[in-house]
Every structure is written in C-alpha cells, then in structure tokens.
Design a protein around this ligand. Structure first.
Ligand code: PLP
Length: 398
C-alpha cells in the first residue's frame, strides 16, 4: 500500500488565514446586514500600475504574432528579466550576476521549493513570531524546527544564540508579522554566525520596497560575507501588486557552497527538472517594475499604503499602545489592550466593531497577546476601521 507523507499529520489543523476566514464567514452568515472591514490578510487592494499593464498588454500582443511569439521560457527566467533584476541590485551597489538571479512564480512557491536543496536531516531555525509557511514547509519535509522567540526587549529582531545553532536559518526583514527591520549590525551578526557554523540563511525580502529608513538594508547581500551563506527570496506581490499576477525572484550566489556542492548550480538543475519557466507575458510585465517609470509608479502605490499605516498608527499613539512596524513595513504589530489574548481581541473586534485583524498567536506561541493589522486595504475602509477602533479603545478604557 502507498505510504503517504505522514508529516502532513503533524501540521496544525488549519492554516491561520483559513481559521480566520471560517470565523468571519460564520459572523457574516449570522449578521448579513453588517459591513465587515478587513485589515487581516496581507493582500493588496490597488491595481497594477500603468507601466506594468502596458508591458503585459505588449506581452499578449507579442504572443499573437508569429514573429514575436514565445513558447517555453528558459527555466531559470527570461534573460531580459534576470538582467533587469541584477541591474537593480547593481544599481544599489550589490554585486549580483545575471545568472545568480532566478525568476519564480512568487515567494511562497519558492520558499517551499527551495527546501529541495537541503538534506532532510538539516534543522531549520525560525525566528518567531513568523510567517507560518516557514514552519509548515519544514514540518511537511519532516525537519527538526528550532524556534527562537523574539519580543519587545529585542525589538522583535533577536541576535543569534550559540545554544540555537541550526543548518537553515530564516530571517524576514521587514518582518511579517511584526513589521520590525533588522539593522545592518544585527544582520552582520547573523551572517558571521551562519558562516562560522556552515549554516545557510534564507532571507525573505518580500517587503524590502517598504523600507523608508535609509540605514536599513534592503538586501542581505549588502552585508559583507552574505554571499557565502545566504539565499534571498523576493516577491513582486507587495512591491508591485502582483499577488494575483504572480512573480518573484531568488538570488543564489555562486559562492554559496556546502560539502563541495554549489547551491546556484543545484538550483539550475532543480529548475530545469521541476519547472518549464514562468509565463512570458508575466515576466514581460514584471520587467516594467524595474524601469525608472515603473519604480516611480510602484512608489506611489506604496505611499498610499503608508498613509493607511499612519491613520492606524495615530489611533494607537493616541491610546498609548506600543507597536512595531508601520514605518518600514505594511504591517502594524501591537500588544492587545488590557492584557487580552490575541484570539480574545480578534473576537472582540469582530463582534463589537466588525473589524478583522490577525491574531498574533497564529504566528507562533510567542505572538499570543499581540495583534497584526495589514495596511493594504482601501483608504475608505482604513479610515472607517480607525474610527471604529478609536471608539472601541475609548469604551474599554485602555
Ligand atoms: N514571504 C512573506 C514574509 C510574506 O508575507 C508573503 C506573503 O504574504 C510571502 C512570502 C509570499 O509572497 P508571494 O505572494 O510572492 O507568494
């Protein structure tokens, strides 16, 4: 009889957002006339920018003519897009070669697939609170997970710990869910730690475009020594509104070698076996994000979300509630008022003011007592949610 991957039995019952969706669905069915404002899931609300739309349209038109038609695309990415992304890094003073860039269908897909490069016996260190896919993908692979809790004391950006040495290390900066960013100094400590122990850092830079503070690194490759210990996974989902269009990229330096195996060469081998490349049309659209005009347009969209963040931060500031994020990230992470648990606060917000957020506990047990707001909603919903939140916080006397 076929033996399935029994590790699936070790996954928690439901994925965080599925659990939230169930609760919201039940509430809506029982209260069909009530308007629910969603500040939960991190999905964008603004459409793709003009430059991307015209590039996508051009891509469609190319596919209509024999002379410009594209069949299968190169598995590791279209040369024009790999070059555009590498140029983007080089423009920031980071030395990345075109063939160190791999085009993907998004960071989630890549975060799962990239684990093919690692032995099952490798351990994975996850700094919590964390994006749930890090833990779940490693549970599915049957790996030992080392949890490293972060908190207010370390600004949710802990330093490496010699008692928690691991083969794979996840770092997400700007962080989902806390919105915290690792400073150059802290990242250097992690890079030195990884090189010393032969670990590999999986650096999730999905939110790099939201960084405002000039001293904060956008890429792990801004740190000396990262080319021998890190892989960077990035996405256009939040940078440019590609959540439903799907495009991401991964940087694997050729200098990343363990046990004589070159990770860049292994990934080429993996991709040429497991994919037939990303759609030409989508890659054409993605390349527009890296043009001067494209950068200008996506910045305008990001500024819109930043304004949402300011609206929500004003409410929290006014009530003296401490939070991280909002400035260099599209998430605001705060302590639930009056010592409430995070699901307790979730239920209160849903029932009293019909606002949906994300309970911190869903990102690891150390997230209990915290809550996350996403700033990706519309201006109207954010303003209304802020007003309702203000009323609720006043009424429970925070
Ligand atoms: N990494 C982090 C930290 C995220 O928050 C998300 C999506 O919310 C992803 C990766 C996945 O991004 P993508 O849409 O490219 O799959």
């Amino acid at each position: 009889m076929t033996k399935p991957n029994m590790n699936y039995a070790n996954l928690k019952d439901s994925y965080l957002f599925f659990g939230i969706a169930q609760k919201v669905k039940k509430y809506s069915e029982e209260n069909p006339d009530k308007k629910i404002l969603r500040l939960g899931i991190g999905d964008v609300s603004l459409p793709l920018c003009k430059s991307v739309i015209s590039a996508l349209t051009e891509g469609v038109n190319d596919q209509a003519e024999k002379s410009s038609f594209h069949g299968y695309m190169p598995e590791c990415g279209a040369p024009f897009l790999r070059r555009a992304i590498a140029d983007f890094y080089r423009g920031r003073g980071i030395n990345v070669a075109d063939d160190e860039v791999f085009v993907s269908s998004g960071a989630s897909d890549e975060l799962g697939d990239i684990l093919d490069l690692f032995d099952k016996e490798n351990s994975a260190l996850v700094i919590e609170p964390a994006y749930p896919a890090y833990v779940d993908a490693n549970i599915i692979a049957g790996r030992k997970i080392i949890h490293l809790a972060s908190g207010i004391a370390d600004g949710f950006t802990p330093e490496p710990d010699e008692d928690r040495i691991s083969d794979i290390i996840y770092i997400c900066s700007p962080n989902n869910p806390t919105g915290a960013v690792f400073t150059r100094e802290k990242l250097k400590k992690w890079v030195d730690f990884a090189n010393k122990h032969g670990s590999v850092i999986l650096f999730d830079a999905a939110y790099e475009a939201f960084i405002e503070d000039e001293s904060v690194p956008h890429s792990i490759f801004e740190i000396d020594g990262a080319e021998t210990c890190a892989i960077e996974i990035c996405s256009l989902s939040k940078t440019a509104g590609f959540t439903g269009t799907r495009l991401g990229y991964t940087v694997i330096p050729k200098a990343l070698i363990r046990c004589g195996m070159n990770f860049n060469a292994m990934w080429v081998r993996n991709r040429t076996t497991k994919t037939n490349g990303v759609s030409y049309i989508i890659q054409k659209g993605g390349a527009a994000v890296f043009t001067e005009q494209g950068r200008k347009e996506i910045k305008e969209n990001i500024a819109y979300y930043k304004e949402n963040a300011k609206i929500l931060m004003r409410v929290l500031d006014g009530c003296g509630i401490e939070y991280t994020g909002g400035v260099n990230a599209p998430y605001i992470w705060f302590k639930c008022p009056n010592g409430m648990g995070s699901w307790e606060f979730f239920d209160l917000l849903l029932e009293k003011i019909r606002v949906v957020g994300t309970p911190g506990e869903g990102f690891g047990s150390c997230g209990d007592g915290y809550f996350r707001f996403s700033t990706f909603g519309s201006r109207e919903d954010t303003l209304e949610a802020a007003e309702r939140l203000q009323g609720l916080l006043n009424s429970i006397k925070v």
